[in-house]
Write a protein that binds this ligand. Structure first.
Ligand SMILES: [Fe+2]
Ligand SMILES: [Fe+2]
Length: 463
């Protein structure tokens, strides 16, 4: 079986896990055929496959059909860890699920696991309008890796949660992104991803939420979860690179065309106006802020106290008990909520995310500044367009100016993508599948994959 399913969890000597997987695996393949990338079943893709968790084992490149991809199960190598935060600070980490935390832990794993197949479903159609072979290869790479992240969570469910776990693993294959009756668990993972600007924004912001959630779980006292998410994080870096560099290339191209033409409306010249880029940023950034949950949360406090979920890079925190601190949440009306630190862990994690996004924005804006374009991109204030937590329900514009009742809905099209914007993006985006060529609306990548040429390489071979 380990030939078929690369792993470092000793699958050959784990009959119980093999039995669970022998039922689940064919269902997974059905799901992949039904909901995975559409239209490339017979193509050979230049993909990276993880075959071990060692430094050189997780990145093996070669031509593969996606359906023959070897999804595997990898945990980061065991280390002698102790619990790094909360009430049990310094105690040995757990190798088994503590009975009293079973329900919470299962919920955390299922919620994380549910996002992985969701994102594959969301961009299922996008290969059909890829701007280059390089980009087509990258989206398929992301898809197979999100597939493996699902495997990672399913491994934990199968290995540690018995019958409940097997049922949850099946459910992960039955829900569907955007389905009216069986949607995915979290809102952002039901939002449609209809064009490549959606897709890059999704990878920049929603995948980055994923990075922070995984990083918080990588601190978990439940060691198998920590080791699983640590391995996933090695792949996640590439996902965010795809989003961040994707928008950067869009912006660079737009800026070039703006400079050459001397006007901001570059759509008829085959580029994407900055105004539309900004609307997509507003949409995906705010949906992603909602993913962090309520700023004041008793669940978050319990997860931290018990050791289930830590902070981003917990080691760098000065105080791992977080008992005597207060988090100050500035509300849209200028007032400040004082939240006991443990209850504010969602907000703390979100702050790390926001700082990271701001760094990405600065990089995009450098492309504009370098070409003397004076419109810059920005992140909206945290209370703009929110549906979750203490900042929702106070309508304001992206700069934080309060709005009258009804004004948000009236002016929504100034700030968020409209059906017209989306239709324009679809008209602009046509597949470019020839080596050496690229669509008009995006600049070529700075370099290729695995030392290959960026554009002059056949990353996908159609059969
Ligand atoms: Fe993932
Ligand atoms: Fe990802």
């Amino acid at each position: 079986m380990s030939n078929e399913i690369p792993n470092n969890v000793d699958l050959d000597h784990d009959p119980q896990l093999r039995r669970a997987l022998s039922v689940w695996h064919p269902h997974y393949l059905d799901w992949w055929r039904d909901s995975g990338p559409d239209g490339f079943d017979t193509s050979q893709i230049y993909l990276r496959t993880a075959i071990s968790a060692s430094a050189d084992g997780w990145a093996n490149y070669g031509y593969v059909k996606t359906a023959d991809y070897r999804w595997g199960i990898f945990l980061a190598p065991a280390a002698n860890r102790t619990i790094g935060f909360g009430d049990n600070f310094g105690a040995p980490v757990w190798q088994m699920v503590p009975g009293e935390l079973r329900k919470e832990l299962r919920r955390i794993i299922v919620t994380q696991g549910d996002t992985e197949p969701a994102s594959v479903e969301q961009n299922r159609e996008l290969g059909r309008i890829a701007p280059s072979l390089y980009d087509l290869r990258n989206i398929l790479q992301l898809n197979v890796e999100e597939g493996r992240h699902l495997w990672a969570m399913v491994y934990l469910l199968h290995k540690h949660f018995g019958r409940d776990g097997r049922e949850e693993a099946e459910e992960l294959l039955t829900r569907r992104s955007g389905h009216p009756d069986h949607p995915r668990i979290l809102n952002a993972f039901n939002a449609p991803v209809r064009d490549w600007l959606d897709y890059f924004s999704f990878s920049m912001f929603a995948d980055r939420d994923g990075k922070y959630q995984l990083a918080a779980l990588a601190e978990s006292a439940f060691d198998p979860l920590a080791r699983t998410t640590r391995f996933m994080l090695t792949e996640e870096a590439f996902h965010m690179f795809v989003g961040e560099s994707g928008i950067q290339r869009v912006v660079a191209r737009t800026a070039d065309v703006m400079r050459e033409s001397g006007r901001p409306d570059v759509l008829d010249l085959g580029a994407i106006p900055l105004e539309i880029v900004q609307k997509y940023i507003n949409h995906w950034y705010t949906l992603s802020l909602d993913l962090f949950g309520s700023e004041d949360s008793s669940n978050a406090a319990a997860y931290f106290a018990t050791g289930l979920k830590g902070r981003f890079q917990e080691d760098d925190q000065p105080d791992h008990s977080a008992l005597d601190q207060i988090y100050e949440l500035r509300k849209p009306d200028g007032s400040i909520d004082q939240i006991p630190m443990r209850r504010a862990m969602n907000a703390v994690l979100r702050d790390s995310f926001v700082a990271d996004c701001a760094r990405g924005l600065r990089r995009w804006n450098r492309e504009l500044e370098r070409r003397n374009v004076d419109t810059l991109l920005y992140l909206p204030v945290p209370s703009f367009n929110r549906s979750v937590g203490a900042l929702s329900g106070t309508p304001c514009d992206p700069k934080g100016n309060r709005l009258e009742t009804g004004e948000f809905d009236r002016r929504r099209s100034e700030w968020l993508p409209t059906e017209d914007d989306r239709a324009l993006m679809r008209q602009l985006m046509h597949p470019v599948y020839e080596p050496g060529k690229i669509a008009s609306w995006i600049a070529p990548p700075a370099k290729g994959v695995d030392g290959r040429p960026a554009l002059e390489f056949e990353y996908v071979r159609f059969n």
